[in-house]
Ligand binder design. Structure first.
Ligand code: IPM
Ligand code: MG
Length: 351
């Protein structure tokens, strides 16, 4: 198992260190190699995705990533900003399928801003398309019109093969779960997503056991906080998935709990927490490392087919929570408030 470790910016290095600690505690043979990305890549090589980092990622079986971004890079030319490095590595590795499971651990029911009865038992899988849509569509940019006014352009576009391959991922996952797929679009306004809906309907014919439903994205945003347990697998495009997965993370108590896997057609993957780099709390050892630790579990499951050790990590996280360990973001009365590194230690001890 060759794993590229890309800590990135902000809290990235702290949370990745905890996931690495947990992986090493498993005592299975693996080769870990670190490289800079995002702002760290810019500092090291003047590029948010240095050539050496991309090479390492391509040569590895999997990538474990922290987070990228810091306000101090906001004034750089767009191509050199940290987020561009992340988007480029997703595109270069063809990681079109982003899986973001929103799972509520019973111990955290009271940490959610929603009523415990609304979220308890929640187990939702968001399947977000990751290499297309308005994130990558051309034309794009900011230009100056003839009258001197500036105009910003982005283009939402999907071709049917892109829609079909992400749809397949969602249907295949649903077959292993509760056999329900909800496809989220804005087909009442946007042609791109009208096509999205048509392709999903065509694809559903190959999966007669799966129940396919459709929802407009505005309604989906509402339903996620009204009655989130109605969903099993949700499949959607890049931009809607970005927004809805942040929303869904709060159902689980904190965005610090949501892992993710980004997979190519051969299950090579990049694994990262769904949250950002949180520069405001960087270096303070207070971030929640569980989303990254759970991302490492997803790596074992999806890329290395090691269900046993993936489950071991997940059970260790459950045990640490059951024992009352909480980082600041999920802390409630009566629990043990711990630092990022202490949470990593608690998970290792539970392992
Ligand atoms: C995410 C993040 C990224 C995205 C940013 C950092 C570019 O929000 O992984 O959800 O928009 O995809
Ligand atoms: Mg996001």
């Amino acid at each position: 198992m060759k794993i590229a470790v890309l800590p990135g910016d902000g809290i990235g290095p702290e949370i990745v260190a905890q996931a690495v600690k947990v992986l090493k505690a498993l005592d299975i043979p693996m080769q870990l190699e670190e490289a800079p990305i995002g702002g760290a890549g810019y500092e090291a090589a003047g590029d948010p995705l240095p050539a050496a980092t991309l090479k390492l990622a391509k040569e590895s079986d999997a990538v474990l990533l922290g987070a990228v971004g810091d306000w101090k890079y906001d004034s750089l030319p767009r191509d050199q900003r940290p987020e561009r490095g992340l988007l480029r590595i997703r595109k270069e590795l063809n990681l079109f399928a982003n899986l973001r499971p929103a799972l509520l651990y019973p111990e955290l029911a009271s940490a959610s801003t929603l009523k415990p009865e609304v979220v308890s038992g929640l187990d939702l899988m968001i399947v977000r398309e990751l290499t297309g849509d308005i994130y990558f569509g051309q034309p794009r940019g900011i230009s100056t019109l003839e009258n001197g006014e500036r105009e910003g352009i982005n283009t939402m576009r999907y071709n049917e093969s892109e829609i079909r391959r992400i749809g397949r991922v969602a249907f295949d996952i649903a077959m292993k779960r509760n056999k329900k797929v909800c496809s989220v679009d804005k087909a009442n306004v946007l042609e791109t997503t009208e096509l999205w809906r048509q392709v999903m309907i065509e694809l559903a014919k190959e999966y007669p056991e799966v129940e396919l439903s459709h929802m407009y994205v505005d309604n989906a945003a509402m339903q996620l906080v009204r009655a989130p347990k109605q969903f099993d697998v949700m499949v959607t495009g890049n931009i809607f998935g970005d927004i809805l997965s942040d929303e869904a993370s709060m159902l689980t108590g904190s965005i610090g709990m949501l892992p993710s896997a980004s997979l190519d057609a051969n299950n090579k993957g990049m694994y990262e927490p769904s949250h950002g780099s949180a520069p405001d709390i960087a270096g303070k050892d207070v971030a929640n490392p569980l989303a990254t630790i759970l991302s490492a579990a997803m790596m074992l499951r999806y890329t290395f087919n090691d269900e046993v050790n993936a489950t071991r990590i997940e059970n260790a996280v459950k045990k640490a929570l059951a024992e009352g360990y909480r980082t600041a973001d999920i802390h409630t009365e009566g629990c043990k408030k711990v630092k990022c590194s202490e949470m990593g230690d608690a998970v290792v001890a539970a392992l």
